[in-house]
Design a protein around this ligand. Structure first.
Ligand SMILES: [Mg+2]
Length: 172
C-alpha cells in the first residue's frame, strides 16, 4: 500500500534490549540465544514469532522496518536471523556520544532517531523512558507514535495492534 506520495513510507523502529529481548522470560515462546557481537557474549531471550508478526505489520501498512538500537548493524547478524527477519536498515547510533552531544543516553538516542528518520512518519517500539520522553522535543522528528514497552515483558501482540491502528490511520 503506497503512503502519501513524496513523503516516504512510514518506518517501524525496533529496539532490541527490553523490546525484542526482555529482561526476563515472559512465556515459553522465548528461547535463550548466545550472541557475541564484537567478541562480547550476551545471553538474550528472543521470540521467533516476533519476525513474522513484524513483517506482517509492515506489509499491511506499507511501512519499512528498521533498527533503532545500540546493536546497530550487529542486530542484522545476531538478532534478525534468530527471529525470522531479513537484514534491516538501522539508525546509526554511535557507541559513545560526541563532545557536542550532552544529555542522557536516551536523549542522545532520540536525537539520532529524529535525524535519521528525516521527517518520515514512524512508530517506535522502545523501553527507555529518557528516549521516549525526548523524541517529541526533537525538532527533526516527523509525525510519530511511541509505543512504550515494559522491558520485563517485551513486545506483545497489544503493542503490534496499537502500531497497526496508528499506521492504518496514516494511510487514509
Ligand atoms: Mg532498550
Amino acid at each position: 500500500m503506497p503512503y502519501r506520495p513524496g513523503m516516504g513510507s512510514p518506518l517501524v523502529l525496533l529496539d532490541v534490549d527490553g523490546v525484542l529481548n526482555p529482561f526476563e522470560r515472559p512465556h515459553k515462546g522465548y528461547r535463550r540465544h548466545r550472541c557475541s557481537p564484537d567478541g562480547v557474549t550476551f545471553r538474550l531471550w528472543l521470540d521467533a514469532g516476533h519476525g513474522p508478526a513484524l513483517l506482517a505489520l509492515a506489509e499491511t501498512a506499507g511501512a519499512e522496518l528498521a533498527w533503532a538500537s545500540y546493536w546497530c548493524d550487529n542486530a542484522n547478524e545476531w538478532i534478525a536471523p534468530r527471529i525470522g527477519l531479513p537484514a534491516l536498515p538501522f539508525v546509526p547510533i554511535p557507541r559513545f556520544p560526541g563532545p557536542e552531544e550532552g544529555g542522557t543516553l536516551g536523549a542522545w538516542k532520540a536525537r539520532h532517531v529524529a535525524r535519521w528518520t528525516e521527517r518520515r512518519p514512524f512508530v517506535w517500539f522502545e523501553d527507555e523512558p529518557d528516549a521516549t520522553d525526548r523524541i517529541g522535543a526533537e525538532p527533526g522528528a516527523g509525525e510519530h507514535l511511541l509505543v512504550v514497552v515494559d522491558p520485563l515483558t517485551g513486545l506483545t501482540a497489544e503493542h503490534l495492534d496499537t502500531a497497526a491502528a496508528w499506521l492504518g490511520g496514516l494511510a487514509r
